[in-house]
Design a protein around this ligand. Structure first.
Ligand SMILES: [Zn+2]
Length: 415
């Protein structure tokens, strides 16, 4: 893993960005020239599914390549389990210099997201004194400046950098900074949702690409651009994403661009956010020695369709008592209830709802109806037992941090 030819890896999270609100997916309401251009050089996954419609569980799955059932982070009060190595840890062990720029403390040290990073820039997050416990990275310029300095200083080493851009996220008080020109051009609908995505293309993605070019490492850097979840956009209401497991919140952007292997390819197969980690390891020829990873390398799909065998995705929204199993054409949503029996959490299924989904096309979940318990209960029993085991593992953060996180969640409109 030594020498100049080792590829750098740059992950960019565009928080809350729905793929069907991007030009490269055919949407005309935004202006995203950089992402569109990158999509023409890379591999765009048209049917990518996240593990959960919230920032913390989704990132935990992306970082570990595991479903929540395994990494154990189900709520913002859980920690990443020590027994599930993160991508930063794996790449660090393979000689990478690792930089992390979390944009919110919910994906920070308190939940173990810092593990494996040589430098984790949570301390540079701005603290909003109006909302106790909230740390939100509104100073994106500072992030870019630090990243530029770090890259300049360390570019002789293989680099792994994670950028988390959160200014596309909704806020109850609609206080996200956005230049007036973007507000005027794209309008205020859904809290300036399209305007924020258009601005992210320039302020986040283009600026990162420019920094890589300026430091002459662009040609040797694989870009993985993704969203952690989507967004529910209903008429007249504030955007949100934590109420359901429908397509608008589970479908994510996933774009991989390797300048050494440029292609203009669209993959319509069902893939998952947990596949990102094994894909990167495969691209870097790092053997996947541990069998704990649930995801599968997508590298075979770089060349031919139908090369990945697992045609289903698991997602969950435990706070709302929802689990889902999605195939390219169907989605089963399981409503569960949790109970505490003698200090042990028990999970029981309440309802089973079946929906038709439209593969890589974007459409609403079409309800087929309720499935009788006797038809499906025994089939989902192993998943429920895994969930019970995971929920009962001792990974919660300490109580004195919970109050601070509660306030942070309120600030994001989750509770
Ligand atoms: Zn998020």
């Amino acid at each position: 893993m030594k020498g100049k030819k080792t590829k750098n890896i740059v992950l960019i999270t565009l928080d809350c960005v729905r793929p069907d609100h991007l030009g490269c997916f055919g949407y005309a309401g935004v202006d995203t020239p950089t992402i569109n251009h990158l999509a023409e050089k890379g591999i765009l996954f048209e049917q990518a599914i996240c593990s959960a419609p919230n920032t913390w569980v989704s990132h935990a799955s992306i970082f570990t390549g595991c479903n929540p059932l395994k990494h154990g982070l189900h709520t913002p009060y859980d920690k990443l389990g020590e027994d599930t190595p993160t991508i930063a840890e794996i790449l660090s062990q393979n000689g990478y210099y690792t930089l992390g720029f979390p944009a919110h403390n919910l994906v920070g040290k308190v939940a173990n997201f810092h593990r494996g990073f040589d430098v984790f820039y949570e301390d540079s997050l701005k603290f909003d004194s109006k909302i106790e416990g909230m740390k939100w990275c509104s100073d994106w310029t500072k992030v870019l400046t630090i990243a530029d300095e770090q890259i300049k200083r360390n570019k002789h080493k293989p680099l792994f950098i994670w950028f988390h851009y959160i200014n596309t996220h909704h806020l109850p008080n609609n206080s996200i900074l956005l230049p007036d020109s973007y507000k005027h051009r794209f309008g205020s609908k859904w809290q300036y949702y399209d305007a924020k995505i258009s601005y992210a293309d320039k302020s986040c993605v283009k600026n990162i690409v420019d920094i890589l070019e300026k430091n002459q490492i662009r040609e040797n850097t694989v870009l993985v651009i993704f969203s952690d979840h989507g967004e529910e956009l209903e008429k007249g209401s504030c955007p949100k994403h934590d109420n359901s497991l429908f397509e608008d919140v589970l479908r994510i952007l996933l774009l991989i661009v390797d300048p050494a292997n440029q292609t203009n390819r669209k993959v319509s197969d069902l893939v998952r956010s947990i596949d990102i980690l094994p894909t990167i390891l495969d691209m870097l020829h790092i053997p996947q020695t541990n069998t704990y990873i649930d995801g599968e390398s997508l590298v075979p799909l770089f060349i031919c369709n139908d090369a990945v065998t697992k045609g289903w995705a698991y997602s969950e929204n435990i706070v709302k008592g929802l689990l889902s199993i999605r195939t390219p054409t169907w989605k089963l949503i399981i409503h569960v209830e949790k109970s505490d029996e003698n200090n042990e959490i028990k999970v029981r299924p309440k309802r089973f709802q079946l929906f038709k989904v439209a593969g890589s096309s974007f459409s609403k979940d079409m309800s087929v109806g309720e499935i009788p318990r006797e038809q499906v209960a025994s089939k989902v029993e192993p998943i429920l037992r895994c969930l019970e085991e995971s929920l009962n593992s001792k990974r919660s953060i300490v109580d004195n941090e919970k109050d601070r996180l509660c306030n942070a969640l309120k600030s994001l409109g989750y509770i």
